[in-house]
Design a protein around this ligand. Structure first.
Ligand code: NAD
Ligand code: WQD
Length: 335
């Protein structure tokens, strides 16, 4: 089976590539490297002993996309821009890259007769939860930013494509909060500039690259007042994609599936777990709430178990250990 990963050089795509290569799939990565580095290919080869094919290209380039899809059995579509704050400042770029990019990909799939797609969706499509845990039956809400809306638009476009073509299969995997890194420490999450997300920020405070964590709000209706999220190890997430592939190859129609652990941790619980994993202090100060943040969300991951036979195996200590290992290598603390 030959699988094309759009955005496969990025954080989640590269971890998924390791699992698919080790499971014996032929992997083609299609990426324009706007948020990743070609050196990931060497790391993938070191980890798995196999080097995936790589095409440097943009998903909005219909000719290149069509050429890359020839002979492909299924697509896993990771490519997209993902910074929430930036999407508010640059909505046109976000809709162009994410929504228009997906439309071009779908056009290329139509031209080449490829009808199997796994899409990187997000728990952000639920908006502000009215009940927890979030099942896939919970209504999709009103995401609070263009990034979130782009994910919801794409899910809806895929549902329409499945209605128009009964042979098409689209699995929208709704990720909760992916963190951690491959246990080798060779690949991980390495955002440019100051990280927006909690874990890369905490990791850089622990390594001394940043001085102090700002905790956004301690007056939420949660046990310790700080925001609660369903953090999931990126390798568990990667394995979820490997389990979704046989499903997408053997089923037709549209479906959304949550990938989360099914429990939440607060910001302060994460800080504590990270201090334990790294043996270092993570100084923090309480700040006002961040605009657009919700108090808490976590998944009901039952559907993923029932349909894919998948459940998350790694806990918050594993996530922090692997995140720290990657950060320690990245920052030169560890060789
Ligand atoms: P990432 O930025 O590390 O990876 C995305 C990859 O896509 C990068 O390698 C980038 O170079 C590539 N890319 C972007 N636009 C492209 C284009 N037009 N053409 C070709 N390649 C392009 O992000 P990630 O964290 O690995 O996220 C992967 C997917 O999962 C994204 O769609 C993201 O929205 C989604 N997602 C991420 C999270 C998260 O917290 N990381 C949560 C939910 C959903
Ligand atoms: C987690 C918690 C913050 C940074 C985002 C996107 C979502 C998905 C995952 C892509 C919150 C708190 C954070 C900091 C803090 N991405 N925090 N200090 O906001 O749950 O989700 O990433 O699809 O769509 O919205 O993740 O890691 O930014 O925040 O106190 O410096 O940590 O307030 O409670 P979030 P996050």
């Amino acid at each position: 089976m030959k699988i094309l990963l759009t955005g496969g050089m990025g954080f989640i795509g590269s971890h998924t590539a390791t699992v698919l290569l080790e499971a014996g799939y032929e992997v083609v990565i299609y990426d324009n490297l706007c948020n990743s580095n070609a050196s990931v290919l060497d790391s993938l080869e070191t980890i798995t002993g196999k080097r995936p094919s790589f095409v440097k290209g943009d998903i909005r380039d219909l000719t290149a996309m069509t050429a890359a899809l020839t002979g492909i059995d299924a697509v896993v579509h990771f490519a997209g821009l993902k910074a929430v704050g930036e999407s508010v400042a640059k909505p046109i770029e976000y809709y162009d890259n994410n929504v228009h990019g997906t439309l071009v990909l779908l056009e290329a799939m139509k031209k080449t007769g490829v009808k199997r797609l796994i899409f990187s969706s997000s728990s952000t499509v639920y908006g502000t939860p009215t009940t927890l845990p979030l099942t896939e039956e919970c209504p999709t809400g009103t995401p609070t930013n263009p990034y979130g809306r782009s994910k919801l638009h794409i899910e809806e476009i895929l549902a329409d494509v499945c209605i128009s073509d009964p042979d098409f299969s689209a699995v929208c995997l709704r990720y909760f909060n992916p963190i951690g890194a491959h246990e080798s420490g060779l690949i991980g999450e390495n955002p440019n500039g100051i990280p927006n997300n909690l874990l890369p920020y905490v990791a850089r405070v622990a390594s001394g690259t940043l001085e102090c964590l700002r905790v956004f709000g301690n007056d939420y209706p949660t046990p310790d007042g700080t925001g609660v999220r369903d953090y999931i190890h990126v390798m568990d997430l990667a394995e979820g994609h490997a389990k979704a592939l046989p499903y997408v190859l053997n089923h037709k129609g549209w479906i959304a599936i949550n990938l989360g652990c099914g429990r939440g941790y607060s910001v302060l619980e994460v800080v504590k777990a990270f201090e334990k994993a790294s043996g270092r202090k993570v100084p923090y100060q309480i700040m006002p709430r961040r605009d657009g943040d919700i108090a808490a969300n976590w998944a009901d991951p039952k559907r993923a178990f029932e349909l894919l036979g998948w459940k998350a195996e790694r806990n918050i200590d594993d996530m922090c250990r692997d995140s720290w290992h990657y950060e320690a290598k990245r920052s030169g603390i560890e060789a």
